[in-house]
Ligand binder design. Structure first.
Ligand SMILES: NC(=O)CC[C@H](N)C(=O)O
Length: 309
């Protein structure tokens, strides 16, 4: 067993000092206020052993990492019917790209680009009030993170709502194909709010445990989803979790992972651990710059890549 405490501390120390930190997202104005010096890393295994370094307990905006959990919830609600509305191929395009939708009849490539995640949110909303759908999502996050204090950062949600013109374009366009069925404002409202959930690295790493352990959450003590579904969600994280940077992430890190523009990455080492890293500066594809480098170092020292040591 690798000395995880040592490894995590070493990485956090090295990352703290690096001058190259990427660029903090500013298209959601509230996110631009975050300190680019922040860095946190948490690794949790199935016995609840935790290795934590840096700002492991500072809440940050989980943004697109929420899409892993909305996908899990929606699959639980509608099963494989979900795949009539959303594909499961990498897009090779930026997370907020519009162009593919017209060529492909309003069906988004996968559930992790914005269009796909908005379509998934619309499925969760079906037949409910936005407030109920949001409550469902939040309660699920609290359950998998084993922490009822998790909340939505209303300032981030309002900030994105004010500036979310592209997401509104995507949602309206999909509505014209009936890929979205609820009033566009309702769907977008729920989407903006689940992206604005604030969590710490420790909470997110805990929340990812069921994906690392075949659908079973070792700390909650029971199954969240089937092993087959967990395996499939991991596959989509590997192929689509970093947008047009997914190939490079697989090449360098070799773990299923999901990034968010808040600078977080949730990564899953099947059978070994759930990992969350946070560094707010992003690379050109909108993925955490130091987060990816930190995971690359972690995998090198643990041998956890799913592709071999
Ligand atoms: N990549 C992301 O994290 C994007 C999520 C963000 N809420 C958006 O819709 O633009």
């Amino acid at each position: 067993m690798p000395d995880l405490d040592r490894i995590v501390k070493d990485i956090a120390e090295e990352m703290r000092a690096r001058p190259d930190r990427g660029t903090v997202a500013s298209y959601i104005p509230e996110l631009a206020r975050v300190d680019p010096q922040a860095f946190g890393l948490v690794v949790i295994d199935g016995d609840g052993r935790v290795a934590a370094g840096g700002d492991a307990d500072s809440p940050f905006s989980i943004q697109s990492i929420s899409k892993v959990f909305t996908l899990t919830l929606a699959l639980g609600m509608v099963g494989d019917r979900l795949w009539r509305r959303v594909g499961r191929e990498p897009s090779g395009s930026p997370f907020n790209s519009i162009v593919q939708l017209e060529r492909e009849n309003g069906i988004p490539r996968n559930p992790f680009i914005n269009a796909g995640a908005i379509a998934v949110t619309d499925l969760i909303l079906s037949g409910h009030q936005p407030r109920e759908a949001l409550g469902e999502i939040l309660r699920f996050m609290q359950f998998v993170a084993q922490d009822n204090s998790i909340a939505i950062d209303e300032r981030v949600a309002a900030s994105e709502k004010r500036t979310g013109f592209r997401n509104a374009a995507l949602a309206n366009y999909m509505r014209s194909f009936n890929v979205i069925e609820n009033p566009v404002d309702y769907t977008l409202g729920v989407y903006f709010h689940h992206c604005a959930i604030a969590m710490t690295c420790r909470q997110l790493a805990t929340a990812g445990l069921f994906l690392a352990y075949s659908g079973h959450h070792p700390l909650a003590g029971h199954s969240v989803i089937s092993a087959e579904r967990a395996r499939r969600i991991n596959a989509i994280m590997l192929t689509c979790g970093h947008y047009d940077g997914s190939g490079d992430f697989a090449y360098r890190v070799g773990l299923p992972g999901k990034s968010g523009v808040g600078g977080g990455i949730l990564a899953v080492a099947p059978g070994k651990a759930s990992i969350c890293v946070w560094s707010p500066g992003l690379d050109a594809a909108g993925n955490s710059h130091l987060g990816r480098i930190a995971l690359e170092m972690l995998v090198k020292r643990t041998g956890w890549s799913i592709f071999g040591v």
